[in-house]
Design a protein. Structure first.
Ligand code: MRU
Length: 353
């Protein structure tokens, strides 16, 4: 799970996408084989693969799978085009909040319109190449973002993180955890506090797994312990990832992020968001317009197959919340750090380089 990726989030082999089934972690390391694009859409929807950049990469490979399916069925060029349009629509619907999914599909659709008229074999090869590029670029961007963010991590820091914004959520290395990794690689001594992140426990299952895997000192806490640690002066900074960042700098991330940012402001603790540009959605003026996914009540009612609550109780389970830009000290990206993010600064970031 280092940059060299001993444990890959996903890999392609012989017209098949193998995805590390994150629902089974930390107990079992198993790869889910997807040979049809609806299987990829299902794996995203059911969260076998999760994390904003990772679902974008999976969707891109889903389009390549769709093209190879069309090829196997002997589709001609117009049939292939219609089949790929259907695949893009189905993949797009699999999860609504993380913009990386739409971003990756738009990039492949752009490639398709720039290369319209190619024979099906070349279309399939071209889509696969584009998906592989998206995967490799994500890893490279996370490494850059990590270096940019590490400058904000003082030696000896205690860092609080929420959910999993690590190698497993991305093409490798991670965003928020990429910053942690880069700080450690620079020789800094850090300690990570991990929110367990109910209901699906991405912190306990995945972030803890990554930290153990790389020997980075870490402590797991329940979500409701975070405020107490801040009050005790045990947290020096908070680092989270993002699922979608609106043009004004509002950030959608895992449910519970907003509460952390409010508490951080009260305790004067710097609150940082680490995300690649593929997570910034300049088409949305503010976080108000971000669609927040609601998950099934079962995820709250059961844990490891065990019922936690009496039958008949109502459940509300939004998967994400929106943190207003005003609570964010900086957004860390591969192109640099944007302090006190706002629309003007984010537009300038895209214009850079
Ligand atoms: O529901 P998930 O597990 O897909 O949610 C993931 C998060 O909220 C992450 O913090 C976010 O995608 C950033 S991943 C680099």
């Amino acid at each position: 799970m280092t940059a060299e990726n001993e444990l890959l989030t996903m890999y392609w082999d012989n017209e098949c996408l193998y995805m590390l089934d994150q629902r089974l972690l930390p107990h079992r390391v198993e790869y889910l084989a997807c040979r049809k694009y609806p299987e990829v859409a299902g794996a995203i929807r059911d969260m076998a693969v999760r994390g904003a950049p990772a679902i974008g990469i999976a969707a891109a490979f889903g389009m390549a799978i769709a093209a190879y399916e069309g090829l196997a069925k002997g589709y001609d060029q117009p049939q292939m085009q219609a089949h790929l349009t259907g695949a893009a629509k189905e993949l797009f619907k699999s999860r609504p909040t993380a913009v990386n999914l739409a971003w990756a599909l738009e990039r492949l659709n752009r490639w398709l319109s720039d290369n319209a008229g190619l024979p099906p074999q070349e279309t399939a090869a071209g889509l696969l190449l584009e998906a592989e590029k998206i995967y490799a670029e994500d890893l490279a961007n996370n490494r850059l973002l990590g270096i940019n963010g590490a400058a904000l991590v003082p030696d000896g820091s205690c860092i609080l993180t929420h959910c999993n914004a690590g190698a497993l959520a991305t093409g490798g290395y991670g965003t928020a955890l990429g910053v942690v990794r880069a700080a450690v690689e620079e020789g800094k001594d850090v300690h990570v506090y991990i929110d367990e992140t109910r209901p699906l426990l991405q912190g306990a299952r995945l972030t803890a797994f990554e930290m153990i895997h790389e020997n980075i000192p870490a402590t797991l806490i329940t979500d409701n312990c975070a405020g107490y640690l801040m009050k005790q002066g045990k947290i020096d900074l908070i680092l989270v990832g993002a699922d979608r960042i609106a043009a004004n700098g509002d950030v959608a991330n895992k449910i519970g992020t907003y509460a952390l940012a409010v508490m951080a402001a009260y305790h004067a603790i710097p609150f940082y968001v680490a995300a690649p540009l593929s997570t910034i959605d300049l088409t949305l003026p503010s976080g108000e317009e971000i669609v927040i996914e609601e998950r099934s009540p079962e995820e709250v009612l059961y844990c490891g197959g065990q019922a936690l609550a009496p039958e008949g109780i109502n459940v509300y389970s939004p998967a994400f919340d929106v943190t207003p830009a005003g609570l964010i000290k900086a957004i860390i990206t591969e192109k640099g750090v944007v302090y006190s993010p706002d629309q003007e600064k984010l537009y300038k970031l895209f214009a850079k380089g």
